[in-house]
Design a binder for this molecule. Structure first.
Ligand SMILES: [Zn+2]
Length: 236
């Protein structure tokens, strides 16, 4: 048995002991499926916003940050089983989910020119204490998945200067205030004149992305910025 055969045998054995299941509906995955089953992939509530010049994401950041392109893979709303993907990518010590979803999204939009002219992917950072506790930054995993498809470099040029309190109970203005001055740029010369893609897991009010864009614009005024996320909350 060659190495490839051995690897396949090992994978089959692991699949037999721990069957891979769809992270959305729980169905057992078959050969060729990953993360979610084909049916869940077909039913994914895609936003399809990535090729609109002014879409709901631009709108959420409107006037406060000049954004080139903006995209999000799918909608996030209460009762939607796909929110499990985001929760698992973030809290269940499953960084591979973020990475694979990032790659999946990149594959779907690369043909539409979403990544054309982009020089670098920059994940929204986590404060180092949070990252230490969680073991990884889910946004960085999403960025890595996109990099696998596009061969773009992933730059850790944004850092989170201080931990911010959990934002769930704050209104959008409080969130914005809270996010101000959290993010700082390192190695700013790498960003001047470049087109940067800022990547996050979920866009809610847009406050986090806005704070990142402002930090970059302040440090490197000639940088162009686009944004992408796995998920966009529905305002209802
Ligand atoms: Zn499924």
């Amino acid at each position: 048995m060659g190495l490839g055969g051995l690897a396949r045998w090992g994978r089959d054995l692991i699949d037999a002991v721990f069957p891979r299941v769809c992270e959305v509906c729980g169905a057992t995955l078959v050969e060729g499926e990953d993360i979610m089953c084909l049916q869940c992939l077909i039913d994914l509530p895609r936003t399809s916003l990535h090729s609109d010049n002014f879409n709901a994401i631009h709108e959420r950041l409107a006037g406060r940050a000049p954004i080139e392109r903006a995209g999000a893979f799918f909608y996030y709303y209460r009762g939607n089983p796909y929110t499990r993907l985001i929760h698992k990518a973030k809290y269940n010590n499953l960084p591979a989910i973020g990475r694979k979803l990032g790659a999946l999204y990149a594959k779907e939009i690369v043909g539409d020119g979403f990544f054309d002219g982009i020089d670098m992917i920059i994940p929204v950072p986590l404060h180092w204490m949070k990252q230490l506790r969680r073991g990884y930054n889910q946004s960085r995993e999403i960025a890595r998945g996109m990099a696998e498809v596009t061969s773009l470099p992933v730059g850790d040029n944004l850092t989170a200067a201080k931990g911010h309190s959990t934002q769930t109970r704050k209104n959008s203005f409080d969130r914005w205030l809270n996010a101000q001055n959290i993010y700082q740029v390192v190695r700013r010369s790498e960003l001047e004149g470049r087109h940067l893609l800022i990547v996050d897991d979920v866009i809610t009010t847009g406050a986090t992305l806005l704070a990142c864009c402002q930090a970059i614009k302040k440090a490197a005024p000639t940088a162009k910025i686009s944004v992408a996320a796995l998920s966009l909350t529905r305002l209802s």
